[in-house]
Design a protein. Structure first.
Length: 440
């Protein structure tokens, strides 16, 4: 075959790689301009509290105990992945999937491969099947993935997994989460590049943003689609980094200082979003999740490191003051209302646990398994070792890791979910090999 014919045959791959090189260039440029944000949150502080010596300095092989923990996490996906669609269930035996859950599942598969829990053949089969289903999903208004799907039928659903022909809207933050594993696949597993390209080619990613901010979609009271700003401090910047990996930059959402305010929590000045629930209708949760994922996947930059460290330090200080081990984040519950945001700060209150409607759920505050593993992966100190020791019994070896331990009753929160088990896998993969995405 002639060189020209070879070139024509390869042109789609060349275009994909060139597009990703441009996106990667954007990422590097953002880093060189002083981090992901437009301005540095860290330089506005009167003092920097990040203890670089406490961060995990280098990768190391896992211990046999840690490898067993990884195997337990992988059992969740062995038991809760649809054999036909290849999509994982958000919650054990509940065949629903969001784009956030799907992103978590794909990161779990990538982590399992890196930890040698699965062989190359199973890895490729799982990834190919999931990407094939993502190419078939009906899209909300023909633009972007719906907020939820039946993981077995691929029908659009509401959050109770009831089918809905129209859909219920899209989540910009959830879709951004999906971009992380897709980028990892293109750069590190090129055999899946064409399938990733087919997934992205269906999506109108431009609809995710307006005037530099992220826009979600929902249905109003008359059933009409409306766009609403989505994301608060921590989540917005994580999503911005994720979408930048595929060439989509939202400068206002990327800025850590655009909506930054400060509150004292256990003697630590922690950053929170200045937009209040009363003014905007959205809760300004401050919790572990976005900072943990940012660190595990992309590696902290100057600003996310400083803000993330303060979120961690406030939790450590609460333990030092009260004796209550603290690692809080969003988590499923094994009782009504089945989901809670366990926060460091939200809506003007410290250590507020609430539902998505703002209901006070402090009685259900949970020591989170995924937050404990995530902080232990990022921070190598006595406190994080205490955390993983405390949560180590919270699993079923045949089913996976539970969500956590209720503070008040000391009973396990036995919700079994894709997100918890994926973050456990990501955390252990980070300990062994460092960040899963290299942006520097």
């Amino acid at each position: 075959m002639s060189f020209r014919r070879n070139l024509v045959h390869a042109r789609s791959y060349i275009i994909t790689i060139l597009a990703l090189l441009v996106a990667f260039g954007i990422v590097i440029w953002m880093e060189q301009r002083g981090g992901w944000a437009q301005a540095s949150a860290a330089v506005e502080l009167p003092d920097r509290q990040l203890d670089a010596a406490a961060l995990r300095a280098s990768a190391r092989p896992l211990t046999e105990q840690e490898r067993q923990w990884a195997r337990i996490a992988w059992t969740y996906f062995q038991n809760n992945t649809d054999p036909v669609t290849g999509l994982a269930f958000s919650v054990e035996k509940f065949p629903s999937a969001t784009m956030w859950d799907t992103g978590s599942y794909l990161m779990g598969v990538i982590s399992a491969q890196r930890l040698e829990l699965i062989e190359a053949r199973e890895f490729d089969e799982r990834i190919a099947r999931a990407l094939g289903s993502l190419q078939k999903l009906p899209l909300f208004d023909g633009k972007l993935p719906n907020k939820a799907y039946n993981a077995s039928t691929l029908q659009m659903t509401d959050y109770t997994n009831q089918p809905t022909e129209r859909g219920i809207g899209w989540s910009a933050i959830d879709i951004a989460r999906l971009m992380v594993p897709l980028q990892v696949l293109v750069w590190q597993y090129p055999q899946h590049t064409q399938a990733v390209r087919a997934v992205l080619g269906r999506l109108d990613l431009s609809a995710l943003q307006a005037e530099g901010e992220f826009m979600g979609a929902r249905l109003d009271g008359q059933g009409r689609a409306e766009l609403v700003q989505e994301g608060r401090l921590g989540y917005e910047q994580y999503a911005s980094k994720s979408l930048a990996l595929v060439g989509r930059h939202a400068p206002r959402a990327a800025s850590y200082t655009q909506q930054l305010a400060w509150s004292d929590v256990e003697g630590v000045r922690i950053g929170h979003d200045r937009r209040t629930e009363r003014e905007s209708g959205a809760h300004n949760y401050v919790l572990s999740e976005p900072y943990v994922l940012d660190g595990l996947e992309m590696g902290w930059d100057r600003d996310s490191g400083e803000l993330g460290w303060r979120v961690f330090l406030a939790q450590q200080r609460r333990f030092e003051k009260t004796g209550q081990l603290t690692a809080v984040t969003e988590d499923h519950l094994d009782q009504k209302p089945y989901f809670a945001y366990n926060t460091v700060h939200a809506n003007g209150r410290n250590w507020f646990t609430l539902s998505d409607t703002g209901e006070d759920l402090d009685a259900l505050r949970t020591l989170s398994v995924k937050a404990s593993f995530g902080w232990h992966a990022l921070v190598d100190n006595d406190y994080t070792r205490r955390l993983v020791t405390a949560v180590a019994p919270l699993h079923d070896p045949q089913r996976g890791w539970y969500a956590g331990l209720y503070e008040r009753t000391r009973e396990p929160n036995k919700a079994l979910t894709a997100n918890t088990n994926a973050v456990v896998l990501e955390s252990l993969a980070y300990i062994q090999g460092g960040p899963l995405v290299r942006v520097r």
